[in-house]
Write a protein of this length. Structure first.
Length: 545
């Protein structure tokens, strides 16, 4: 979708669009500081979708290169890009030929051809179906396109692509950058993916729709930000379910800072920033107003980090959940106060180093046990709860979809890596989220009050590996490898002082690991899942007595 269309769709008629474009141009050319304030700033507002005008092409040193022949159209790169910089397109052979004919020269035409591939998903499957049903649509070609103005070069897409090796990072040069602009212009000016090729059963395919781009990029977030990818996915599913009938109240935090770097707003949906601790309270006021004015069908999200929802704003959140009002909550669980310099929150793990919980000789990091917001939310009356991660796209989308369908309060708690504070590489948000699940650092689950009468009927641990064991046991060439909390701690700088030069971990991490095991066993108990390791341990203790 073009920048102009995104912008005009979300801009009030009274607003001076030409003046807004002047301001955007001034900021894009480094002349923004001398500009007078516009009418929106007087209202402390930034127009929707203006992030689409922001240009990072002169900042990021690298860009992903697409090797179409290796692509399987899994869409993992599109799902997990934190900056809305990579998109997929499906085109029939006839449409592709017609669009290629419009190319300005042979070089551009060859570039575009190299972007398109006949995958099993969109070519072979549809060709086989057409053989049986002549009226069915035939095979179509699939391509990946990168927006050079939005890409920050984090490399998250390459990691998400994994063993397919359809993407790799390359250095940006004066010779290859124009090619990216040419390919992106082609993408913007070609027809949308036909509905016939968007499978409603595959939740990841909603990103093939242009309207899924509810978070247009241009945000001031860090490279590879774990929060931004999740917000993109959540907004895409919300739009899929209710269209433009939704809004957001956001607690002060990273999401509000990178979401309102004047004059750029990456959101295409109305959102408002409240004080750090009272986004749920403000949401109750908005919900009450909407219900009185005939907008009962509008969805309302309250966004906040673990600091806003688990710490200073916990009372507001608890009151909102108890109210029974139809409000959905997204907790961006980074396990640290990212926005204010990395202080420990009550979501922090035992032994984690953070500001206010410095690792020293006497006290080795934070020693409090982690507060489990998912478990606490379940104890409120009639609240849908899901704990999930963005890279587990099926689990994530189904959780969000059910939360939207649920007539009442719902809470989605998502582990979102904070690269700078936890000293994690820019391209590893995807990897860390999956490892958090595998290691029991952050188990996934859903709790649906309407799924049954007992806790076990309402709760599901589906999605966790080795669900009937204490720890996940991963198969390797050598046999079997246990993945536990120590495995996770080794990969993050927040625990680095607990490991000596030989890689041996401290006794504090044993305590932290035991705390994670107890949490996992509690979830198993609530969900009615028998644990073979736990049963063997108890049997051994009984025999010893």
């Amino acid at each position: 979708m073009s920048q102009a269309k995104i912008y005009s769709e979300n801009t009030p008629q009274w607003y001076d669009v030409d003046r807004a474009k002047e301001i955007l141009h001034a900021y894009n050319t480094g002349q923004g500081s001398g500009q007078p304030a516009d009418r929106f700033v007087a209202c402390s507002a930034v127009p929707a979708g203006t992030g689409s005008y922001r240009d990072f092409s002169y900042i990021a040193p690298d860009l992903p290169e697409y090797m179409a022949d290796n692509c399987v159209a899994c869409m993992e790169c599109v799902q997990n890009c934190p900056d809305s910089a990579i998109w997929g397109r499906v085109m029939t052979p006839e449409t592709l030929e017609a669009e290629l004919a419009k190319a300005k020269d042979d070089t551009t035409r060859d570039l575009i051809k190299a972007q398109m591939v006949q995958t099993t998903k969109f070519w072979k499957t549809y060709e086989k179906k057409k053989e049986k049903e002549p009226d069915a649509p035939g095979g179509a070609e699939f391509g990946i396109f990168i927006d050079p103005t939005k890409c920050k070069g984090c490399g998250e897409c390459v990691v998400a692509c994994g063993e397919h090796d359809a993407l790799k990072m390359i250095k940006k040069t004066k010779d290859n950058l124009p090619n990216y602009f040419s390919m992106w212009e082609f993408y913007k000016n070609t027809p949308s993916t036909p509905e016939a090729y968007i499978n409603p059963k595959l939740k990841i395919d909603i990103m093939l729709r242009e309207n899924a781009n509810q978070y247009v990029g241009g945000a001031g977030s860090c490279m590879g930000c774990g929060e931004a990818s999740v917000i993109r996915q959540l907004l895409a599913m919300t739009h899929e379910k209710v269209g433009h009938k939704y809004g957001i109240t956001a607690a002060t935090g990273c999401n509000t800072v990178y979401g309102s770097t004047y004059p750029y707003n990456p959101f295409r949906v109305p959102w408002m920033n409240s004080l750090f601790e009272n986004a749920p309270t403000v949401a109750m006021g908005v919900r009450a107003h909407w219900d009185r004015t005939g907008k009962e069908d509008h969805v309302l999200w309250a966004f906040g980090g673990d600091g806003a929802m688990l710490d200073i704003g916990f009372q507001a959140l608890s009151r909102m959940l108890t109210s029974g009002m139809n409000i959905k909550v997204l907790v961006l669980d980074t396990q640290v106060y990212s926005n204010t310099g990395g202080q420990a929150s009550t979501a922090t793990f035992i032994g984690q180093e953070a500001k206010m919980s410095v690792h020293g000789k006497s006290i080795r990091g934070k020693m409090e046990r982690r507060k489990e917001i998912g478990m606490i939310a379940m104890m409120h009356p009639h609240v849908y709860v899901a704990q999930t991660v963005g890279p587990m796209t099926t689990h994530f989308y189904k959780s969000v979809e059910r939360a939207l369908e649920y007539n009442g309060p719902a809470l989605i708690n998502v582990y979102t890596t904070c690269q700078p504070e936890h000293q994690v590489a820019d391209d590893l948000s995807y990897t860390q989220a999956l490892l958090a699940v595998e290691s029991r650092a952050f188990p996934v689950f859903t709790y649906d009050p309407e799924a049954g009468e007992t806790m076990a009927e309402r709760m599901s641990l589906q999605g966790n590996p080795s669900v009937k064991r204490d720890w996940h046991h991963k198969k390797t060439k050598e046999g079997e490898e246990q993945v536990n909390f120590i495995t996770f701690a080794r990969t993050e700088g927040r625990f680095q002082k607990h490991f000596d030069k030989d890689g041996n971990h401290s006794p504090v991490l044993d305590i932290s690991m035991q705390e994670r095991l107890e949490n996992w066993r509690k979830l198993q108990d609530l969900a009615g899942v028998s644990n073979s390791d736990w049963e063997a341990e108890r049997a051994a203790k009984k025999a010893k007595k």
